[in-house]
Write a protein that binds this ligand. Structure first.
Ligand SMILES: *Cc1c(COP(=O)(O)O)cnc(C)c1O
Length: 229
């Protein structure tokens, strides 16, 4: 087995075990392979082993790989910080965006999503631990932002995403994820059809799955350590 093949198997086993320990149905959690800084060849290897959904943070790098891999049937997720001048290319080339955190980005993505494509799937990024350094909407601003997405016919609100402050303890990790899950429940109470909780990375996927994650975003555990950008 190649490195990526064995790492993919290992990550899938971690996910299945966490689902089981949380008493959740098998395969209720999807794996998003975070391929930032990885070459197109690494994505091809993961694809050869059955992986279809890939997450990218940097637009230029992502567009090059999307072009190089256009012969494969891949699902592309944008998960990085979004500057206004990048929304057009994101709306044209991606299937999902997880890092939407302000209304200006919502309206631009909605206007720029090509009408011949299916609606762009949107997760709102929440600054769940109120960190000054981190992107994401404050929980108090979430209802207004969700309403803005719901107004856009070319966008589809799918759920919430967060990157909690790093913690090594399982219970502490889970506490942040539970707060995100509660925010998603509040959106459902307001009538939004939310089905996605994008939470959990290489070091905390078990706690995220315990708290109800439906999609884990995994980079280093799949592809090995990243080179610094
Ligand atoms: C890099 C990144 C990940 C993957 O992180 P790992 O710790 O390598 O699994 C997940 N989500 C986002 C938003 C990222 O930027």
């Amino acid at each position: 087995m190649t490195d990526i093949s064995s790492r993919l198997t290992h990550v899938q086993e971690r996910i299945r075990r966490a689902e089981q320990e949380a008493g959740r149905p098998a395969e209720s959690v999807r794996l998003l392979a975070v391929s930032k800084t990885q070459p197109a060849s690494a994505i091809r290897s993961a694809y050869a082993n059955g992986q279809r959904a890939f997450g990218e943070n940097y637009l230029q790098e992502a567009l090059e790989k999307i072009e190089q891999l256009s012969d494969l049937n891949l699902e592309w997720h944008f998960i990085g910080p979004i500057q206004s001048n990048k929304t057009k290319a994101i709306a044209q080339h991606f299937d999902w965006v997880h890092s939407v955190d302000r209304e200006r980005i919502v309206s631009r993505l909605g206007e720029q999503r090509p009408a011949e494509l299916p609606p762009l799937n949107i997760c709102l990024q929440v600054n769940i631990d109120a960190e000054a350094s981190k992107a994401g909407v404050a929980p108090s601003q979430l209802p207004a932002l969700a309403a803005a997405v719901a107004k856009q016919t070319n966008l589809k609100l799918r759920g919430l995403m967060a990157i909690p402050a790093p913690k090594s303890d399982f219970n502490a990790q889970r506490e942040s994820f539970r707060r995100l899950a509660q925010l998603a429940e509040s959106l459902k109470d307001e009538g939004h059809l939310v089905d996605t909780l994008s939470m959990g990375m290489s070091d905390d996927l078990e706690a995220a799955i315990d708290a109800g994650s439906t999609l884990v975003r995994i980079g280093s555990a799949l592809f090995g350590p990243r080179q610094q950008k």
